[in-house]
Design a protein around this ligand. Structure first.
Ligand code: PEP
Ligand code: MN
Length: 339
């Protein structure tokens, strides 16, 4: 249920409502709106009628049910788009489109620093790089792990870019959170509910990728796991789903962008690198994603893709990335956005 407070309701009234929600066995989540606050009462659906009595409390405008199975992620609870601050200069969900770029895996100091400098120069806002890699084969490169996180921290200093990196186990969430400005949950972990709960407590923004066979509703339910732990900073990422098509690695579901924007206040990012698996298709699909309303992009960039430890075929060389950024700026302008 959502408790809609009257515009200008006193703090005392809000506190009383929060107290009552707790007494009834529900978890209160306060969402500050531009004109009024709403308080989500999250918990067992079966007892929700008891919450209706809150309607008669001072300062309360109305008590309305949340119809969607995802609650805190829903636009019913928060109509305005969420703008998530990543650093002093970078925020996602506003007018500016945020580009996260870098190699699939952190491989060496030289590789990550050179890439960080190049993508920054081309206008990227966030550096990506995997230290813990979820690989389909146990014999493939698994990432530099802790050492990779240290190299990312170094690259952040050198290039002045915040970093996004993936976590794959609940046990390493605290370690990754120490280094990351955004914690990435990969497609293969998107329904690892223990991991989602743990990143919900990590106090850092989370980039949640769509699992390769997840529906849009399931993606929003995964986001709800993070939000329900008290972390309101969730960024959703469409990275392609598995279909019968084999000409591309995945099928980048661009329609998920406007669908998600209609259902949730959370920012939505597209990843055309994993979405297509082929560097030739990355720029056109990045442009299409911006036209479709994406708030950001995740792009794999590698100085020497032929020798990359992972995902070389879909990685752009820095010069190609810079050329794509120039094209993207024009598309962004046409879509009343900027990069
Ligand atoms: C990645 O970002 O390198 C990655 C493993 O992505 P995904 O989880 O979308 O496959
Ligand atoms: Mn990758």
């Amino acid at each position: 249920m959502i408790i809609v407070m009257k515009a200008g309701a006193a703090k005392k009234d809000k506190d009383e409502v929060i107290k009552r929600i707790k007494e009834l066995g529900y978890q209160p989540h306060v969402i500050h709106g531009t004109t009024r606050d709403v308080i989500g009462a999250i918990g067992d659906e079966r007892g929700k009628l008891a919450l209706q009595s809150i309607e008669s409390m001072p300062g309360v405008e109305s008590v309305v049910p949340i119809l969607q199975p995802y609650k805190l992620a829903s636009k019913e609870v928060k109509k305005e788009p969420s703008v998530i601050r990543i650093s002093d200069t970078v925020a996602i969900g506003g007018q500016e489109i945020i580009v996260m770029a870098g190699p699939c895996s952190v491989e060496s100091e030289e590789q990550i620093i050179a890439t960080a400098r190049e993508v920054k120069e081309a206008g990227a806002h966030v550096l990506r790089g995997g230290a813990f890699k979820p690989r389909t084969s146990p014999y493939s490169f698994q990432g530099l792990e802790g050492e990779g996180l240290k190299l990312l921290a170094k690259a952040r200093e050198v290039a002045g870019l915040p970093v996004v990196t993936e976590v794959i186990t609940p046990e390493t969430v605290d370690l990754v959170a120490e280094y990351a400005d955004i914690i990435q949950i990969g497609a293969r972990s998107a329904q690892n509910f223990a991991l989602l709960k743990k990143v919900g407590q990590a106090g850092k923004p989370v980039l949640l990728k769509r699992g390769m066979s997840m529906t849009i509703q399931e993606l929003l339910m995964s986001a709800e796991y993070i939000l329900a732990e008290g972390n309101q900073e969730v960024i959703l990422c469409e990275r392609g789903i598995r279909t019968f098509e084999t000409a591309t690695r995945n099928t980048l579901d661009l329609s998920a962008i406007p669908v998600l924007k209609g259902k949730t206040h959370l920012p939505v990012v597209a990843d055309p690198s994993h979405g297509t698996g082929n560097y030739h298709y990355v720029a056109p699909m990045a442009m299409a994603a911006v036209a479709a309303g994406a708030d950001g992009l995740m792009i794999e960039v590698h100085p020497d893709p032929e020798h990359a430890s992972s995902d070389g075929p879909q990685s752009l060389k820095p010069a190609k990335f810079a050329a794509m950024m120039t094209q993207l700026r024009r598309i962004a302008l046409a879509a009343d956005r900027r990069i």
